[in-house]
Design a protein. Structure first.
Length: 311
């Protein structure tokens, strides 16, 4: 009888250990399951280098290289055209002045976009050097403002394409003009100086520059140094992995929560001239922050207006 009881006791302990172990394992794996199940709220903003590789011969595809003319001439993705964000921006004034670098008005933007060959039916993929300034995000943001919802950012950009050893060329592709016209700019993607300055108590402001700029360094001709009052520092490349791809949804969710953001918040992003901040808007929109807007005039204009608060 004692032997039976002893055996039963050992079995009870073993079963208890197994059950406890399983329970602990389930608890420990909750975060893993969350990471696997969590998805981007809107993944229409990006596409993969593998998808692009398989679709290079798609006649309905327009590939935009946003790195600049010199790197484009040194090698690019086959079929890509070279385009810069400056082509679609107001560049008459000097950097640091009000309105410098902001996106063109509707009619002028329509003309510039038609010149490079966009239309409502084309699938558009934009890429850049992911170690640079987020030029691809700026161009994508502008394309979305123009109503071109088939436009996407190449996740990982030129860096990942080259790292994977995919085909490149030095053969330059000419623009093929269209009769494209913007019906209406999507103003939900942009915020003006007047709108921001008059609603600062109700808007979460994100500074997407480097910390040295946030802390007051004047590097690019700004009229004053520092940052917009109450702005939180969150750079666009905080959202990227080492290979230039966006971090997974779980990681982005945590980054935005750490920045004190909720999906219902009114959010304004800025940098020096609305380039890096446009890229940050893409990341926010991907995660369901539908009220995220790019302050296009950015710190150049804010700093040039001495009455506006800076810290």
């Amino acid at each position: 009888m004692k032997k039976i009881l002893k055996t039963f006791g050992i079995m009870t302990i073993l079963i208890s250990m197994i059950f406890t172990g399983c329970t602990n394992t389930v608890e420990e794996n909750k975060d893993v399951v969350k990471e696997i199940n969590m998805e981007y709220v809107d993944d229409s903003y990006i596409t993969s280098v593998d998808w692009l590789k398989e679709n290079l011969n798609n006649d309905n595809l327009l590939i935009i290289d946003a790195r600049g003319e010199k790197p484009y001439k040194g090698g690019h993705i086959p079929g890509a055209i070279s385009v810069s964000w400056q082509q679609f921006s107001k560049m008459d004034e000097a950097p640091g002045n009000e309105d410098w670098g902001t996106v063109l008005d509707k009619d002028d933007l329509s003309k510039k976009l038609s010149q490079i060959g966009v239309n409502m039916d084309k699938e558009i993929v934009v890429y850049a050097n992911t170690k640079a300034w987020g030029e691809d995000g700026r161009i994508l943001w502008m394309l979305r403002m123009a109503g071109l919802d088939n436009s996407k950012l190449l996740d990982g950009g030129w860096n990942l394409w080259e790292e994977k050893g995919y085909e490149t060329t030095k053969e330059e592709k000419a623009y093929e003009a269209t009769d494209f016209k913007i019906e209406k700019l999507d103003e939900s993607l942009v915020i003006s100086t007047e709108e921001l300055s008059s609603n600062m108590d109700n808007i979460k402001i994100l500074d997407s520059r480097k910390k040295i700029e946030y802390d007051g360094a004047i590097k690019y001709g700004e009229k004053r140094g520092g940052h917009i009052k109450d702005a939180t520092l969150l750079t666009f490349d905080d959202l990227l992995n080492g290979d230039g791809t966006f971090k997974n949804p779980t990681e982005l969710d945590e980054i935005f929560k750490q920045a004190g953001l909720n999906q219902e918040d009114e959010i304004a992003t800025y940098c020096t001239a609305g380039i890096r901040s446009a890229h940050l808007v893409i990341g926010l929109r991907m995660m369901g922050y539908e009220n995220a807007k790019n302050y296009d005039a950015s710190f150049y204009e804010w700093a040039a207006k001495s009455e506006l608060p800076i810290e």
